[in-house]
Design a protein around this ligand. Sequence first.
Ligand SMILES: [Zn+2]
Length: 269
Amino acid sequence: MPELPEVEYNRRRLQRAMAGARIIRVTVRQPKLRYDISDDLVARLEGQTVHAVERRAKYLLIALASGDRLLMHLGMSGWFRVARSTRHLETHDHVIVEMSNGAVVIFNDPRRFGFMRLLSPDDQATHAPLTRLGPEPLAKTFDAAALAAGIARRKTSLKIALSDQRVVGGLGNIYAVEALHRAGLSPRRKAATLVTKRGAPRQPAHALVQAIKDVLTEAIRRQARPGDGNPFRVYDREGQPCPRPGCRGIIRRIVQGGRSTYYCPVCQR
Ligand SMILES: [Zn+2]
């Protein structure tokens, strides 16, 4: 399933292919994605200049000169590729966007849990998944104070708090697990212990924010040259030795909120 780093990697490729160019032709070969593609989508896209391709949590947004934004989600198996022609289309190439600069942007999604939905400026201000999202993890606005504001007075564990889109947008299970290990914080620790009674962030909140930014930045960098094998320090490494230098702990797996958490019971407190 595409996580934030994969979504950001797709965004950067789309930005290079589309920003500043005009949409010449849109072909919908399969309208039945997670939601049906609306009948007016092609007419509202064709002829529009693309201002920018943006990302919010795990959503992509194509900002158009008309003020509309095309909201897209990769679902379970969606991805974009950029070609130079419409030859060599594949079975699961559902939407083809031809640009004035010659780029052909192709949305491919074998399982069809992805979607595309055109939002007017009014829709953008009220659209539920977008308006409910907390701060963007890689933005400057996501700092220890923002994290403290999100988790103060929470009765839940840190891991559950980080999985809440209102605390931080689009972090995802894998990167929450990795960031907690890097920050040396137990996923079972009460979230509110990172905040003073007056609502100020304690030192571990600063460490956790930095760890979140670091694991995501490194994962985005990895997208360009994916290797074989598990690239994570603790995720999916139950029973293996903790990778922290000098730590003799063994990685343990527990289930929190229905999702697998991996952590070292020795160095994560
Ligand atoms: Zn350890």
